[in-house]
Design a protein around this ligand. Structure first.
Ligand code: SF4
Length: 352
């Protein structure tokens, strides 16, 4: 089958060869296809906004070679214990006041321990009660933990595949690719939405990027949210001196992800801090329709919220409203929150 046949359909039988063919399209053709697919399923001028808070920082036993939080590398990260629920709620309220509709909480763990579960489930319940969608990333989850989080009201669970199965052992040795897929299965089985993507610029080959995207797109159902990260090189980690990824390869990856996962939110994620406005704009044109607001993305930098607002204004982009949220009570709360925002400096509605 030609890779551009049935554009806009959700498929779970992508081959790496087909994905390579998409990457090899002339740039303008690829952008046109990606934008056409994007418009079949989304308002092309809306971007969903999430906020990410690190609820436990550093001292992670895993060996992910890009990560400042691994205890195995000497980085200048400040370790923090699990945040108190009150502090998390303060951050969630601030995120909501800045127009975020989803609040993501991340902990640098291999997996949550049983003693952690009462705290994290309490966080989920209380953040959710503010009228925000909730997402967590806590490492590997077993079936029972996934059900506990679902019962607490967690909407999304993030667990990235990171890279292709072929390149994976160069990046992480303390958990297997299959462990990652098993966590995603547990999240799905518990009834939560899946957020899963990868990191580009890990020294992978072009075909590894195709292979990663094929893994993600062939998950059935496809992840609702697909973060595409550009490596943020951190001094002290084994990947601190890896060659830079060409910006066009990154933009092409966003466009190919958009074509392969037409109904998913593709999130322009870590690494955005180092991208100028034009680069970010090309990523939006390629079909990225989700970002993190806030100046700290776990431990890497992220553009100040008001810079994002200025860029959105230049591009006529609105932050996504809550119509995609199925639960009516949550929708109503979020709508009220957004109306409350309309007179505040940080809110811009290009439709008015
Ligand atoms: S990416 Fe996650 S699991 Fe890997 S070292 Fe960093 S915090 Fe630990």
């Amino acid at each position: 089958m030609s890779a551009t046949q049935h554009l806009g359909e959700v498929r779970h039988n992508w081959t790496v060869k087909e994905v390579n063919a998409l990457f090899e399209l002339p740039f303008n053709d690829l952008m046109f296809y990606a934008q056409s697919v994007h418009r079949q399923h989304f308002n092309a001028n809306e971007v969903q906004v999430s906020t990410l808070l690190s609820i436990k920082t550093g001292a992670c036993p895993e060996d992910c070679k890009y990560c400042s939080q691994s205890a195995r590398y000497k980085t200048d990260i400040e370790k923090e214990k699990l945040l108190e629920v009150e502090k998390v709620l303060e951050a969630a309220k601030a995120a909501k006041a800045q127009g975020s509709t989803r609040f993501c909480m991340g902990a640098a763990w291999r997996n949550p321990k049983e003693r952690d579960m009462p705290y994290v489930t309490k966080m989920v319940k209380e953040v959710k009660a503010l009228g925000l969608e909730t997402c967590m990333t806590l490492g590997m989850l077993d079936n029972d933990q996934a059900h506990q989080l679902k019962e607490a009201g967690l909407d999304y669970y993030n667990h990235n595949l990171d890279t292709s199965p072929e390149h994976y052992n160069q990046i992480i040795t303390t958990r297997s690719y299959q462990d990652r897929l098993d966590t995603l299965t547990n999240v799905r089985d518990a009834g939560m939405k899946v957020c899963s993507g990868g990191i580009l610029g890990l020294g992978e080959k072009a075909t590894d990027r195709s292979s990663l995207l094929a893994q993600l797109a062939n998950l059935s159902p496809q992840p609702e949210s697909v973060p595409i990260n550009m490596l943020v090189k951190i001094e002290g980690t084994p990947l601190s001196n890896v060659d830079d990824l060409d910006n066009f390869d990154f933009i092409r990856s966003i466009a190919v992800a958009r074509i392969m996962m037409p109904k998913s939110h593709v999130r322009l994620s870590a690494g955005r801090d180092a991208m100028n406005e034009q680069m970010q704009s090309l990523c939006f044109l390629a079909g990225a329709n989700s970002i993190f607001f806030g100046c700290k993305l776990l431990t890497a930098g992220n553009p100040e919220t008001n810079q994002d607002v200025i860029l959105f204004k230049k591009l006529g982009i609105n932050t996504e409203t809550v119509d995609s949220i199925e639960d009516e009570a949550t929708q109503a709360k979020l709508k009220t929150a957004i109306v409350d925002q309309e007179n505040k400096d940080l809110f811009y509605n290009a439709a008015q």
